[in-house]
Design a binder for this molecule. Structure first.
Ligand code: 5AD
Ligand code: SF4
Length: 560
């Protein structure tokens, strides 16, 4: 059962900082060039306060359901080892190579792992050859993702055995979902890796590395324009195909106060876009501030249900969004990933009203067939989903929509597949993430359903989904040609140094000719600038346009 955080805290209402988040903030604070002295002092104070708080491990232990016993290497390491304090670990100057697979959560987890290692004296390297430690942050969501990691491990094993005797031994570690799912197999059967740490065990990395061997290393890749802020972890939805609830555990939300502090700090550093991150961000429920907890059950989107009982109490997503969007009118707010069940009217209204909350929603449909949606345990019908889409479009004019779809789920017939194609046509998404179904152990589908759609049929259906999605996206994006869009400049485009790349409010990539602005006084557009761009052409994935002028987020109303 999900244990309330306040029980672990012991004192209701106390401000509480998970150490992993704290450390991320320290890293960002430390690397903000040119920070003003006043601000710097403030940050130092804050960092000290954060460092004294409970650890991520404590948070996760308090909030997670009973887990399988930890793997051998982590046993006995949960409590600090008195003779092995960070400063005495033999890692100063050792180099770590981090490689990330899968979703944005993993990118964020890589930041966390890196922050922890950096704090313990590691350096970061981009070269496999010079690494003392190689850590792969892994993904388990589909078999293909895991296969890619097994292949990579074989290559790394070869690299390891090539190391000269005179060099320190190379250590290889697996972090993330695959580590959680396959810890025994990875460590003992395959003997390919030295360290295994699931998503809830990163804080132990320095000690795992120090105890298991004498390893070490570090470096950072901060993007000054955008940042991701973790607001919750885990998922309680138990969709029948999905392994996430087993690898990432139950839903637990971060206290709003600490999220706001982090966003404030990012704002002080000049970040212009913040994406609130979690498996199900809009199921957010902070129960740490007991005095503000309402007893009311949350309202779901019309026609949607959950397999779990309504969870009353706590500060909900609309409250979080409201508070975050008040911090800095020049910071764009996005969130991902979301579940369509958690879009009550107050959330939609807030998105519509606030100029700095992007009019962009991820509404993962997964299938267009009610029969398959039921087998997937999604908690809605095709009709309820479409009603939500219409309601969202009425409430937020011009909203940009994205979705996830799975081709070839258990029992999917040609007729079901046609229903999915017709949903894609009916909605017309701007962005889509389309996958062939892959059966995962532990899931409800694995135990109760037959993976009976042949691989060739799955892939043929996937191709058809991709082609219809592209047609529709090209049509939807084509409607923007001739419009003026507000674009946040991210940097030079990958293809040509003479062009800039940025994103519009709908999160669509926009390529802009990087020419001097007509207003000579204005500087060349820089990463982090908001500019107005007249769209001249569009494809299913990119918009192109010409730069009109600099602007601000506040000043930008709807231009089309
Ligand atoms: N097979 C294929 N796709 C899956 N997803 C989740 N589990 C599976 C699976 N077993 C997809 C869903 C989800 C996205 C993150 O990954 O579409 O929304
Ligand atoms: Fe997986 Fe469903 Fe949770 Fe998304 S909502 S992470 S698909 S169980």
């Amino acid at each position: 059962m999900l244990q309330p955080l306040k029980r672990a805290l012991g004192s209701a209402g106390m401000t509480w900082w998970p150490a992993s988040w704290a450390m991320r903030m320290e890293v960002r604070a430390g690397s903000s060039a040119g920070a003003q002295p006043g601000k710097k002092q403030g940050l130092e104070k804050l960092s000290a306060k954060l460092a004294a708080g409970p650890t991520l491990q404590q948070f996760l232990r308090a909030a997670s359901p009973p887990q399988e016993p930890p793997c051998e290497l982590t046993e006995g390491l949960e409590e600090p080892v008195p003779y092995l304090v960070p400063s005495t670990l033999p890692e100063a100057g050792r180099k770590v190579y981090l490689e990330t697979y899968g979703c944005q959560m993993n990118v964020n987890d890589t930041d966390i792992a890196w922050a922890i290692l950096q704090k313990n004296g590691y350096l970061r390297t981009k070269s496999l050859e010079e690494a003392d430690v190689i850590l792969l942050v892994t993904c388990s969501i589909r078999e293909k993702a895991e296969q890619a990691i097994w292949n990579r491990l074989q290559q790394l094993k070869a690299l390891k055995s090539k190391r000269r005797r005179t060099q320190a031994p190379l250590r290889i570690g697996i972090l993330g979902c695959m580590a959680e799912r396959l810890k025994e197999k990875i460590l003992h059967q395959e003997r390919l890796v030295d360290i295994v740490a699931g998503p809830d065990a990163y804080r132990d990395l320095p000690r795992l590395l120090a105890v298991d061997a004498d390893v070490l290393p570090v470096q950072t890749s901060l993007n000054a324009t955008s940042a991701f802020v973790s607001v919750m972890r885990g998922c309680d939805n138990m969709c029948s195909y999905c392994i996430v609830p087993f690898t990432r555990g139950r839903e637990r939300s971060r206290p709003i106060a600490s999220i706001l502090q982090e966003v404030k700090m990012l704002s002080d550093q000049g970040v212009k876009e913040v994406t609130l991150l979690g498996q199900n961000v809009n199921s957010f429920r902070d129960t740490s501030e007991v005095q503000f907890c309402s007893a009311a059950a949350p309202s779901l989107s019309r026609g949607f249900s959950t397999i779990y009982k309504a969870k009353p109490g706590g500060l909900r997503f609309s409250h979080l969004l409201d508070q975050v969007s008040r911090i800095d009118p020049e910071i764009r707010i996005r969130f991902t990933s979301s579940h369509p069940k958690d879009f009550p009217d107050e959330v939609l209204q807030l998105i519509q009203e606030r100029h700095n909350i992007c009019k962009q929603l991820h509404l993962p449909a997964q299938s267009g067939s009610t029969r398959i949606l039921q087998a997937m345990r999604r908690g809605y019908t095709r009709e309820a989903y479409l009603e939500l889409v219409h309601h969202v479009r009425d409430s937020i004019p011009g909203v940009s929509l994205s979705s996830d779809f799975i081709a070839g789920f258990c029992g999917e017939t040609e007729e079901d597949h046609q229903q999915t194609l017709s949903l894609l046509r009916e909605v017309g998404y701007n962005v889509g993430f389309l996958f062939a179904y892959s059966m995962r152990q532990k899931t409800q589908a694995y135990h109760r359903l037959q993976d009976d759609v042949p691989a060739e049929v799955k892939h043929q259906r996937l191709k058809e989904l991709i082609s219809v999605f592209r047609e529709e996206a090209a049509r939807v994006n084509g409607a923007l040609v001739g419009c003026t869009q507000l674009v946040l400049v991210e940097g030079p485009s990958k293809r040509s140094a003479s062009e800039l790349s940025g994103r519009n409010d709908g999160n669509m990539k926009v390529i802009i000719a990087n020419r001097e602005l007509e207003d000579r006084a204005a500087a060349r557009a820089q990463p982090g600038d908001y500019v107005l761009v007249k769209i001249t052409s569009a494809s299913s994935q990119t918009l192109r346009g010409v730069l009109l002028r600099h602007t601000t987020l506040r000043e930008s109303a709807v231009y089309c």
